[in-house]
Ligand binder design. Sequence first.
Ligand SMILES: Nc1ncnc2c1ncn2[C@@H]1O[C@H](COP(=O)(O)OP(=O)(O)OP(=O)(O)O)[C@@H](O)[C@H]1O
Ligand SMILES: [Mg+2]
Length: 141
Amino acid sequence: MRKKYKSSSSEDTLKIAKEFARGLKGNELIYLKGELGAGKTVFIKGIASYFGIDKNEVNSPTFTLMNVYEGKIPIFHLDLYRLSPEEAEEMISDFVGKGLIILEWGDRLKEDIFDLPAFFIEIKVLEEDKREIIIEKIEDK
Ligand SMILES: Nc1ncnc2c1ncn2[C@@H]1O[C@H](COP(=O)(O)OP(=O)(O)OP(=O)(O)O)[C@@H](O)[C@H]1O
Ligand SMILES: [Mg+2]
């Protein structure tokens, strides 16, 4: 499965993320790719709010490396920006099977080694407030 969306505002991105979240069970791994300010955190706010978490609780865990949100399901929000692939893998493995895992800068991992249903989501900045959002299910898992 591969879907493409156009977003013209952060509100659009929130809506697209909420719609995507409807199809989640809560045990998945989500890799998010996109440059600084692309809207990765905005997308995660949309997912989190679908699961009953206040959007204001959701921020890039740039210094803390990880945020945990306790909504209808636990969400582990990691930022891999400052981690080596090895450090990131070690950290992620602690949360496998415990809830939804969402990775900002998920493309820093070269391979999808985890035995979890997974999605790869890329947010491309087109101009100003315009974004293209590509959602891909990683098949055969
Ligand atoms: N269409 C859009 N979708 C998402 N965000 C948008 C859009 N248009 C403008 N923005 C703005 O872009 C910014 C996106 O910030 P956000 O923190 O989500 O980026 P990020 O990808 O998480 O960056 P970082 O890598 O620094 O964590 C916000 O200020 C948001 O309001
Ligand atoms: Mg962010």
